[in-house]
Every structure is written in C-alpha cells, then in structure tokens.
Design a protein around this ligand. Structure first.
Ligand code: PMV
Length: 326
C-alpha cells in the first residue's frame, strides 16, 4: 500500500525547549505555535514485499545513518501497531531549505506519520496522529492540527499531544520569514534540549512559561497583536538565553539575525506591529498582521544578510494527498 501526506512546518510563539522524558519526548512545558502554509514537507510511503529493506530519500538524496534510523524507528512504531512486518520505501520532499530553523523535522515527522499510518491501513484520530508524530520529533505533534495550535505538555504518552486552538481563517496573522542562512545547523535540537538543562536560566524559563501560555492565549483570544507579540518575543529571548548559556554554549544567531532584530525594533518605532521570533537556527520569523506585510517584507528584504523572504499564513494541518512522489 502507498500513501502520500503533506504537512506544514510550524513556528512556536511559546517554545518547546527541554524534555522531562527523553524517550517519550515529553516536554517540560506546553507550547503554542502557528502552522506555516508556505513551508511544507510532502512524503510518500509505500509498503511492499518487493522492498527488502527500509529506505529513505530526502530532497532527492538517499539518507543513511542516524537520520534514516530515526525515520525507520517511526515506521516501526506504526508497523507494530498495525501488526505488519513489510518494509517500506519513503520519499520526502521539502519546499524550504533544511536545517535552518524552519522546523523541517516538525513537518517531516508529521507528514511521515500521516502517510505511514494511511499506507498501513490504520485509521487514527488527530490526537493519536499527534502523539505518534511527537514520538518521532517533539514539535512535529504541533504540525498535525490546523491554524494556531497548543501542545499540551501532559505527563504520559497519552496525555501529551497538540490540538487546534483556532482554525486557519481565525485571524489574518502573517509570518514574514527572513532567510539569513540556508546552511545546516551544527547542533540539532534533539541534543540542544538536553544541553539546555545545564543553563542557570533553564529553571527560571520553565517557571515563566506556565504564565506566558495563559497570557498569550488571552492575547490570541482578543486578537491583540501587541500583547501577543510582546509575549512571543520575550519567550524567544528567554529560550535563546538558555541556549547561549548551555554547556557547550549554543549560538544559533548570525550577523543577519541581529540586523533583522534591530530593524524589527525600528519598524515598531514607526508604528508597525511586528515582532520577531527565532527557533534553533539563524532565520527570523516576523509576526505581524496581513495589512503590514508589504511594509515589513520590503524593509526586511533590503537588510544586509537577508537572502530571501517567505510570507506564511496560518496553515491547514497534515493531510493526505493523491500526488505521490513516486
Ligand atoms: O521538535 P524539536 O526537537 O526539533 O524541537 C523544536 C525546538 C524549537 O524549534 C527551537 C522550539 C519549538 O517549540 O519549535
């Protein structure tokens, strides 16, 4: 059986950084994100007796080693649920550069989970798909539902999953993504989550996040861009303070990142409601409303170090498509 799924990346407004259970990928706090309609992964999975071993092709290149093993482990989880022993061919295509802080593991594991479940004939609820996606890569659980999404931290495998707070058309939010680098990051987030625990700021951030989640949910309910922006920018800075004070220290920003941050603050001084947030990479996501997109992207495109911009709207969740990659 063959199936194909497409899933969006997501940008966290309140971040997931630190695990309380490594194996189950239970986060130390909940998190809130928006799914991104222009940053997509499409994955085709085929189970057949003619496949003698699992194989994985990403962006037209055969993947081996640890990265492939993580994908095959995800196949195993769903195979064991379906009682199958068939081997699979997995082909995956991103429409954005990999390893740049656009969460390719999130869209990747969400698409992989949905396509694999379908190829195995499993009928899973959105909650179940989110749980399985989380086991593959934490933030992938937030790429299953649509729009603005909350990951409930939970305290067991069954209670840690993401659900949609608001659908795609709830609010004309935009993410103007400034690409300042498209090269691979050196330390991936899986390892970063663990290194961060040694930061003296880690515990303080975890404590703060509980309050930030309540506050940002209020701001989203009120469609208050200023309040929401201040909160998401604060948590981005808190998370990067944890990263920079890890052992060894993790510096994900580059000069272009700083230039975009300064410009964002300048634009705000001119009355434009725009706020920055950055994941585990140098690229900067500028959160604003539709009516300011033109001004923001024009100003940002002129900055030294900015290679391109991608303008994202809130996206639909992970879904099956008929456009197979092979
Ligand atoms: O799911 P992971 O292990 O790739 O972690 C994602 C971490 C951040 O992108 C930095 C934050 C987040 O919540 O997406």
């Amino acid at each position: 059986m063959k199936a194909t799924a497409t899933a969006p990346a997501n940008i966290a407004f309140i971040k997931y950084w630190g695990k309380k259970d490594e194996k189950l990928r239970l986060p130390e706090t909940g998190s809130i994100s928006m799914s991104l309609d222009k940053c997509l992964t499409t994955t085709t999975v085929e189970f057949a007796d003619s496949h003698k071993a699992d194989s994985f092709v990403l962006d037209r290149e055969i993947v081996v080693g640890k990265e492939a093993a993580r994908v095959f482990k995800q196949l195993d989880r769903l195979r064991s649920l379906a009682g199958s022993t068939s081997k699979a061919k997995v082909v995956s295509q991103n429409n954005f550069p990999k390893g740049t802080g656009i969460a390719s593991s999130a869209s990747g594991f969400a698409a992989l989970t949905v396509a694999t479940a379908s190829a195995l004939g499993l009928v899973l609820s959105e909650k179940e798909l989110s749980i399985y996606a989380r086991l593959g890569s934490g933030s992938a659980c937030r790429s299953i539902p649509e729009g603005i999404v909350e990951w409930l931290e939970g305290d067991s495998n069954e209670t840690s999953y993401a659900h949609s707070l608001y659908p795609v058309d709830y609010w004309n939010l935009r993410d103007v993504l400034a690409i300042v680098s498209s090269s691979e990051k050196k330390v991936g987030s899986s390892r970063g989550h663990t290194l961060g625990k040694k930061s003296i700021f880690h515990e303080a951030r975890v404590k703060a996040v509980y309050k930030l989640i309540l506050q940002i949910k209020e701001a989203i309910k009120d469609k208050d861009i200023h309040k929401m922006g201040e909160i998401l920018e604060a948590d981005c800075i808190y998370m990067h303070a944890v990263m920079m004070s890890s052992t060894p220290a993790l510096f994900y920003w580059n000069a272009g990142t700083m230039n975009v941050i300064h410009k964002t603050i300048e634009l705000r001084g001119q009355g434009i409601p725009v706020y920055f947030t950055i994941d585990a990479g140098p690229n900067v996501h500028l959160i604003t409303e539709e009516k300011y997109v033109e001004q923001v992207s024009t100003a940002i495109s002129k900055i030294q170090g900015v290679q391109s911009t991608i303008i994202n709207k809130p996206a639909k969740g992970a879904r099956i498509t008929e456009n197979h990659l092979f």
